[in-house]
Design a protein around this ligand. Structure first.
Ligand code: NAP
Length: 303
């Protein structure tokens, strides 16, 4: 698949989708590229309560609505894994595992990948009890006990989701204080089948064929215990997904893409948008904001 277009949008999460909508309304041609499904991480989120227009909507339903909207503009997602991005003269070449896309502009909106616990058993039991997506795999554990690891919005939100149908959720966090919205903290603390396991670090996922426990250690007392769980859902943060950007030197020391107020990197006509960029607030609304700003700037330059 070798293609030429005006704008290559890498990533079809909320940032990439919004950029697509704005650019298509300006009659600018785009290739919207993704390696998984349209909607990005929204697909793996149980419930969203802070996106205007919906009191409450499931992540997969919102992702479906995003997809429907770009289909109305005749855009299909092109599937491919970006291996490299090169710039020659005023053209970018986005090299994927399925061919090259050439364009004057690139919007890089790949989001983030989940951080791993890096403990024994994590890789071994992936798909056999270790899952990074409660909304995809949670229902396998109806009536069972499970563990969620982490103390941010994702961990608390997914613990609440799981508590709706599992017997018990152990919420394992390495400190006492959470870094999640107060509303979520309050809900978690008042949910009878969520047990907080605080000041605790994870040591190992244990089991035979399938997970049967999560070994944790209290960081203050040193006491170890085995939580009797059939599944472990780590939600311990994200790392920026920047494969393909290494040659262009647009990343900060933590690997996030540095952009200016127009969402442009220091490389002319290379834009960043969404969770992959260096910023303070990573939300669906801030991702859509970034996509719109990048698209409007490109529109102005294309007139
Ligand atoms: P996050 O906010 O970075 O939280 C990660 C959590 O994992 C922290 O509590 C951290 O502990 C813990 N952690 C990090 N490394 C660890 C390790 N090696 N072992 C054990 N625990 C570890 O990540 P997130 O919850 O995935 O959220 C990512 C971004 O998306 C945030 O900006 C968040 O606000 C946003 N988000 C928003 C919503 C919403 O608005 N409803 C929902 C989901 C995500 P410490 O606290 O001790 O550092």
């Amino acid at each position: 698949m070798d293609r030429k277009t005006d704008v290559t949008i890498v990533g079809s999460g909320p940032a990439g989708i919004t950029a697509t909508i704005y650019l298509k309304r300006a009659l600018i041609d785009v290739v919207l590229l993704d390696k998984y499904v349209p909607g990005g991480k929204v697909n793996f989120t149980a419930e969203i309560e802070n996106y205007p227009g919906f009191n409450k909507i499931s992540g997969p339903d919102l992702a479906g609505k995003f997809f429907e909207q770009i289909q109305n503009f005749g855009v299909e997602v092109t599937y491919g894994d970006v291996l490299d991005i090169e710039k020659k003269a005023d053209q970018f070449k986005v090299i994927t595992d399925d061919g090259t896309i050439t364009s004057k502009f690139v919007i890089f909106a790949t989001g983030t990948d989940e951080r791993k616990m890096n403990i024994p058993g994590e890789d071994e039991f992936k798909g056999k009890g270790v899952s990074y997506c409660a909304v995809c795999d949670g229902s396998f554990y109806k009536g069972e006990s499970v563990a969620v690891v982490g103390g941010g919005n994702s961990a608390l939100q997914e613990a609440l989701y799981l508590s709706g149908f599992v017997k018990k959720v152990f919420l394992v966090h390495r400190r006492q204080g959470f870094r999640a919205d107060e509303l979520l903290v309050k809900k978690v603390k008042s949910t009878s089948n969520i047990e907080l396991v605080l000041d605790s670090v994870t040591l190992a996922v244990e089991g035979k064929e399938l997970v049967s426990g999560l070994r944790v250690k209290n960081a203050i007392t040193g006491e170890e215990k085995l939580l009797p769980v059939k599944a472990v859902f780590p939600y311990i943060g994200q790392i920026p997904a920047t494969k393909g950007l290494s040659k262009l030197q647009v990343l900060d020391e933590h690997g996030y893409v540095i952009v200016d107020e127009n969402m442009e990197t220091k490389v002319d006509n290379l834009f960043g948008a969404g969770d992959v960029v260096k910023k303070n607030l990573r939300q669906i609304v801030t991702a859509t904001n970034d996509g719109a700003i990048a698209a409007i700037e490109i529109t102005h330059r294309s007139l």
